[in-house]
Ligand binder design. Structure first.
Ligand SMILES: [Zn+2]
Length: 196
């Protein structure tokens, strides 16, 4: 793992770049364990996705990116949220071997200090922790769909560039909506009557 890692930048790279680009900048990413994540099975149930073959580094990055994107948007169904929690918890609970030393979990316990803290063991832990901390401030640009860190709650665009480009469109949308609304006020159809 890189000694000093800008986890925000790394998380955005995972969410926004291609797997190849991510790999060339940050290197190999640990899979989600012996139970890897298979997005082709995701539609039926996230829980099914726990079983999968070993994946190539590119596939692993793609799968982790999909999982993280899903975590940011948060699925509606409670059972999918539960499955998401389970998958994310595997990241911290799966053993990691670095230079021949295996660490069982990302939790570090210090009885003298009386603390239990998650400590990233590798890049995947670091990214998952960043996701846990920042999920609510990461948003998707309303224009270019890139993920970005919001500075303000109402931020909708990833950059001033996207904001400037979106403004005339927004105004055009508003005018169109306003026109439709005014039109809608005129009685046109009667409710409950169907034409066949
Ligand atoms: Zn944008």
């Amino acid at each position: 793992m890189v000694a000093v890692l800008d986890t925000r930048r790394a998380l955005l790279a995972l969410l926004n770049s291609s797997a190849e680009q991510f790999l060339s900048t940050y290197g190999w990413l640990r899979g989600l364990g012996p139970q890897d994540f298979a997005p082709e099975k995701r539609e039926s149930s996230l829980r099914d996705a726990l079983v999968g073959p070993p994946y190539t580094p590119t596939q692993t990055v793609e799968r982790v990116a999909e999982l993280f994107q899903l975590a940011i948007s948060i699925p509606k169904e409670p059972h999918r949220i539960a499955a998401l929690n389970l998958l994310l918890s595997h990241i911290f609970q799966n053993p990691v071997t670095i230079d021949g030393t295996t660490q069982g979990s990302a939790l570090t316990v210090d009885i003298l200090a009386g603390t239990v803290e998650p400590r990233p063991r590798d890049l995947l832990d670091a990214l998952a922790l960043e996701l846990m901390h920042s999920r609510k401030v990461v948003a998707r640009c309303a224009l270019c769909s890139k993920f970005f860190y919001r500075q303000w709650n109402k931020d909708r665009y990833c950059s001033p560039l996207c904001g400037d480009e979106a403004r005339p469109r927004q105004q055009a949308d508003w005018v169109a909506k306003d026109r439709a609304k005014k039109k809608g006020k005129q009685p046109q159809t009667k409710k409950g009557r169907k034409t066949q």
